[in-house]
Design a protein around this ligand. Structure first.
Ligand code: SF4
Length: 700
């Protein structure tokens, strides 16, 4: 094993820098983790990062391929497993066509794996049906920024810029629990009394805010329209910026005129005076008003709604009204969640995209990428179905009969799980590549054991659009191999006889650079040599001598005329709104100790013992009405299902709201209850809010 390997945390998009050393303490894992100074984490790590080594040697780590025989997952060789899967794919595609096989990727895969996955689907399988779990995560913000700015990069500025801002507005982001080291970047705004948080819960992030706007779930859009109304009506907007850098400044006036604070108070529950206070505080920080900078950022709380794209658009419009994008220490940004949620959506895992963030229905993009791949553009399939639509189609007469899943635990993380379970069970073939027997892997016909962070080389792209190196510190256990080996192994067994799938991540990255060249997310000038030499390279970076682009939009937006698009949006009700038999809102979210579906963190003893089980956070008034003590059992019922869980009584949650964390599987999976109503633009499901009935179990 190599000592002192510089790499990054395996979990979230902050990608905190770490150094891995041989572990000498019993039970510490095969390596020990030390934080490393880096602009995003400034030498800090959260509890997940500190304990990340433990996930490398969990007792049930997958180390050999498995094939289901007589109902039991049974060890097999790689040759046997690849032959078996290729034969089944061949038979299904011969009978039902190429689209009968689908691929589902993940936002935790390295750039190299994400790129190879998209190429494998289009070139080796020739299926249109490829999408990934980022559709559940980033898609609303991506859609909104694409249509307003012509480009989607989570933060179009380095995170360090946030640290120099006088005011920061966080809409639906619990930064203090999801990315604790990032809170250091709020210090200046805190000193100046400029942190504003919109959240229906008093989260640890809301607790450190100067103004907490505790809006009714599903009303963020109305609240942001009201903030913009105040900015425009009180003459606090940057009119020169609106005129020069946007396409419809008058439209913004019209679309927010009806959202005076008193009306917004009736919809959002946030006092009108507090709305005015927050708007004035943000406006005072805008450079045009003599401030030192203002940053507006959204998280999943604002985005995972059937109006998520419009809510983000309202935040962008507020930023434009204040003249923020492209200015010092200012702008709008989305806080990407998954480790490679940014890179994962740039290299062709999405149903509608090709590498370089190219549109798959753009003839010029198809021709360019097909040329790099050495195929006929006419043979490139797509666009295909987005994640929820793809899952809904599985096993149906016209839908895919086989699904290959890489780096995603669908049976915990997708909405309306009863339906997902039914669809997966109806497949002829389910193949899962993972590091542990996740809930989804346990349903598979074939399981491939794959390598994880400290066992592989590659790159990730952080929430800032900065490409970073993931480095290998130890050999993979048993017969675990990279996902790249699955793509290459299957590709050579399929009728397309594709041999262009390298096992070497450095070679794959070089091909990715070529495929992304000239695209929106242009990696052409980003080489492993430059990254290893210590250069911080943000895309777009179109040439070897280009310094990369830490800040976007200084002079123009990525639209044909260089102006930002003001898209007019309005509030609308949640898809599954309150009714007599479901009088409370169910909202879901994260805990400090767990990451995403919990497949990794629930296996780390220190994290699992801190938060071992799912719970329902109830306001004391609700608990009293139900007669439920703290720790008592409640049943939650929505239109899609029910679950029983312990109550955690807390005045941090609104009296009309129940909060449940989503990191748990089996009987603890709250996505049994969540709604899969889709945002019409991004196809994001409405994870974040639905109507729920709460009963004390003793009374049911
Ligand atoms: Fe940093 Fe995120 Fe890892 Fe925590 S989970 S150490 S915030 S990268």
């Amino acid at each position: 094993m190599t000592a002192g390997v510089a790499t990054h945390c395996p979990y979230c998009a902050l990608q905190c820098a770490t150094t891995l050393h041989p572990a000498n303490q019993p039970g510490a894992g095969p390596v020990s983790v030390e934080p490393r100074d880096f602009p995003t984490n400034r030498g800090g790590l959260c509890q997940k990062g500190w304990t990340a080594a433990a996930v490398l040697d969990v007792p049930d780590r997958l180390t050999t391929p498995l094939i289901r025989k007589d109902g039991v997952l049974t060890p097999a060789s790689w040759t046997e497993a690849l032959d078996y899967v290729a034969e089944r794919i061949n038979a299904l595609q011969a009978e039902h066509g190429n689209d009968s096989v689908a691929v589902f990727g993940g936002g935790g895969l390295t750039n190299e794996k994400a790129y190879a996955l998209g190429k494998f689907a289009r070139v080796a399988l020739r299926t249109a049906n490829v999408d990934y779990n980022g559709r559940f995560c980033m898609s609303s913000a991506a859609a909104a920024t694409n249509r307003a700015f012509g480009i989607d990069r989570g933060l179009p500025f380095p995170l360090a810029d946030v640290g120099d801002a006088q005011a920061v507005l966080l809409v639906g982001s619990n930064l203090a629990e999801t990315m604790p080291p990032a809170v250091a970047h709020l210090a200046k705004a805190q000193e100046q009394g400029g942190v504003v948080v919109v959240d229906p819960r008093r989260t640890p992030t809301a607790a450190l805010a100067d103004v907490h706007l505790q809006a009714t779930p599903g009303t963020d859009l109305a609240l942001v329209l009201a903030l913009t109304h105040v900015v425009l009506q009180e003459g606090l907007a940057d009119q020169d910026y609106l005129q020069e850098r946007t396409d419809d400044p008058d439209g913004l006036h019209r679309s927010t005129a009806g959202w005076w604070p008193e009306r917004a108070e009736r919809v959002t529950g946030v006092p009108a005076a507090q709305i005015r206070q927050a708007a004035r505080l943000l406006a005072a920080a805008a450079p045009a008003n003599g401030g030192e900078g203002c940053v507006i950022m959204t998280g999943r709380g604002a985005e995972q709604h059937s109006k998520g794209t419009d809510t983000v658009t309202a935040c962008i419009n507020l930023a434009l009204a204040l003249g923020l994008p492209g200015r010092a220490n200012s702008g709008y940004g989305c806080i990407t969640g998954q480790g490679n949620g940014q890179g994962g959506r740039e290299h062709g895992q999405k149903a509608d995209q090709l590498p370089g963030y190219r549109k798959i229905d753009d003839p010029a993009a198809r021709e360019y990428v097909a040329n790099v791949w050495g195929v006929d553009p006419a043979d490139l399939p797509g666009p295909g179905k987005s994640a929820v639509e793809l899952i809904d189609a599985l096993g149906t007469p016209e839908g895919p009969k086989a699904l290959l899943v890489h780096g995603s635990n669908l049976i915990v993380s997708a909405p309306r799980l009863a339906s997902v379970r039914e669809r997966l069970a109806s497949l002829d073939l389910l193949v899962v590549a993972d590091v542990v027997p996740s809930e989804t892997a346990l349903l598979a016909d074939v399981v491939f054991p794959v390598t994880q962070w400290a066992e592989e080389e590659g790159t990730m792209t952080s929430l800032e659009g900065r490409v970073i190196r993931r480095r290998q510190a130890l050999r993979p256990p048993g017969d675990a191999r990279s996902d790249l080996a699955i793509f290459a192994g299957l590709a050579e067994r399929l009728p397309t006889r594709s041999d262009g799938f390298s096992l070497d991540p450095a070679e794959v990255f070089d091909e990715l650079r070529e495929a992304s060249k000239g695209g929106i997310a242009d990696y052409a000038g980003i080489s492993w040599d430059r990254l290893d030499a210590g250069e911080a390279l943000f895309w777009p970076c179109p040439a070897d001598d280009h310094p990369g682009t830490p800040r976007l939009f200084a002079d123009r937006f990525a639209t044909p005329d260089g102006k930002a698009r003001i898209v007019l949006v309005d509030h609308r009700a949640v898809a599954d709104d309150l009714r007599a038999d479901a009088p409370l809102y169910l909202v879901t979210g994260r805990l400090l100790q767990h990451y995403q579906s919990g497949a990794q963190t629930r296996r780390v003893a220190e994290l699992a013992s801190a938060e071992p089980e799912v719970f329902a956070e109830l306001h004391p008034r609700v608990a009293t009405r139900l007669g439920v003590p703290d720790g008592g059992e409640v049943e939650l019922r929505t239109a899609r299902g029910s679950m029983r869980l312990a109550a955690r009584v807390s005045s941090d949650v609104r009296p009309d709201t129940v909060f449940v964390p989503f990191h748990y599987g089996g009987a603890g999976a709250v996505n049994e209850l969540t709604n899969d109503a889709l945002d019409p633009v991004s196809r994001m499901p409405e994870f974040k809010v639905c109507a729920v009935e709460v009963l004390a179990v003793a009374n049911t």
